[in-house]
Design a protein around this ligand. Structure first.
Ligand SMILES: CC(C)(COP(=O)(O)OP(=O)(O)OC[C@H]1O[C@@H](n2cnc3c(N)ncnc32)[C@H](O)[C@@H]1OP(=O)(O)O)[C@@H](O)C(=O)NCCC(=O)NCCS
Length: 179
């Protein structure tokens, strides 16, 4: 695939970001509640940062290093983002996502996650997709559970966020159920 794909989910479209999405990304990802339980979203989220982030997506895809897609709902527009950090040599990818606070608890992250897992297995020939979440972020664990991932363990004080060590749970799903 030369270009980042467009993926259809039951209620959502997962599509490449456009530079014109930048103001909405800045508003949604700029909320402290969204940045809080991620490692990579900067805070405060300044002018130009969304544009710079969006500009990295095509190269990341072309180098087979990752797929970042906008999560879009027909009436609401852009509601969040989902990302696979791809390690082709290992046939695995790490999943990450965020949803804007006004759109939480409507099943959007779960739907996007199921769609991206299916894409990773069927189109990228991955054999494992995994993800981490902070133990204090059970909603994300619930997303992973609903999307068919298995909890594989807890990595104690594995990451620092806001200067504080965080215990993180690791979840994974394999292309075939293990026997
Ligand atoms: C985590 C996040 C992506 C979830 O997105 P979402 O679209 O609200 O997720 P869904 O609606 O698909 O599912 C959320 C589930 O968590 C549950 N949940 C919400 N808050 C919860 C809490 N405090 N404790 C336990 N479960 C909780 C919801 O009830 C729902 O489960 P249910 O369908 O069984 O009722 C969103 O909260 C977010 O973007 N947070 C900030 C960024 C982040 O943490 N990203 C993930 C990093 S690993």
């Amino acid at each position: 695939m030369r270009k980042l794909p467009v993926l259809a989910a039951p209620r959502l479209t997962l599509r490449p970001f456009l530079l014109s999405d930048a103001p909405v990304v800045q508003r949604l990802a700029g909320q402290r509640a969204v940045a809080d339980t991620t490692l990579t979203i900067p805070h405060p989220y300044g002018d130009g940062m969304a544009e710079a982030w969006i500009a990295t997506h095509e190269g990341e895809w072309t180098r087979h290093e990752g797929a970042t897609l906008a999560i879009s709902e027909p009436e609401l527009g852009l509601v969040g983002a989902i990302h696979l950090r791809i390690e082709l040599a290992q046939r695995r990818a790490e999943l990450g996502y965020w949803i804007g606070v006004p759109f939480w608890n409507r099943g959007f992250a779960t739907e996007a996650t199921r769609t991206v897992i299916d894409f990773g297995f069927s189109r990228l020939s991955l054999q494992r997709i995994y993800a981490h979440h902070m133990v204090r972020n059970p909603a994300s664990g619930r997303v992973m559970e609903k999307a068919g991932m298995q909890r594989e363990g807890v990595l104690r004080r594995h990451f620092y966020r806001w200067g504080i060590p965080e215990d993180v749970a690791i979840w994974g799903v394999l292309v075939e159920p293990s026997v």
